[in-house]
Design a protein around this ligand. Sequence first.
Ligand SMILES: [Zn+2]
Length: 320
Amino acid sequence: MKTSASVVLLTSVLLGLFACARSAPVDAALRANGDSPPKAEAPPEAPPAFNANRAMQYVKEIVAFGPRPMGSANHKKVENYILTHLKRDTVEQDDFEVDTSEGKFPVHNIIAKLPGTRDGIVVIASHYDTNWPLRNTSYVGANDGASSSAAVLEIANQLRGKPRNGYSVWLLWDDAEESMRLPWFDPESLYGVRHLAQKWQDDGTLKKIKAFILLDMIGDADLNIDRDHNSTSWLEDMVYQAATKLGYQSHFFARDNEVGDDHAPFMQRGVPCADLIDLDYGYNNVFWHTPQDTVDKLSPKSLEIVGTVTLETLRLLDQK
Ligand SMILES: [Zn+2]
């Protein structure tokens, strides 16, 4: 992804606007007396489950394959790795070829479809490729690509096999997100999502998508998710509401940013999007797109925070 140089410092204003969590405690005293709680009070919901250690293990297994630029043998191994975890799911593979200044490459988007009872789709996405320009270094993208791909695999574990009383959820591992050149080069990046957004526009899927939630660089042990001004405000507000409900709001939106990322082709087509990204990875983002992007910089807790906030946002979307 790329980021604009101008960071708008609206933090305090935004926090003031969005700090409005709902809480519905059950009156324990009433219960103790044998009285029913007031009808309007719903029982408190347990926070969404998310196995952070298992997600962290996925991160380690993905990076163990080594650099995974498109067209490489390692890339193929990661594709197979993701597919192996989705054996019980309905999976669509969106395969095509791109012609770039570096040659022709196969591109493979992977979509796991979990059916719901409500008409509409929520997409939760992560790219899984690493950068072509860094292919001959030790760059493994532990945070950039692996952390979010692992989190979406764990989200699949949590949603699989349970009846969904809400929207269908499509989990997307998109390919060829990274730019063919560094610094970022728009015409040769986001190949997977650009293809998919066009395909879903052509076949009518796009208008069924109620929300597109993108996870990117979410494993940093020092987790500070940016408020992305290239995302949809109401959906970002809902993410903040979910984070507040879980007590994780201090990790969200203390910093404002404008991020060009996998959500761009969907934003352009009017799909509500939220990019959950922490673009301050090491002092001054120094580990980003370098061989220093390794597992030791990450924390399972960060995966859990973003994973559960994503699942809580899904719950709020289902109730909307
Ligand atoms: Zn990247």
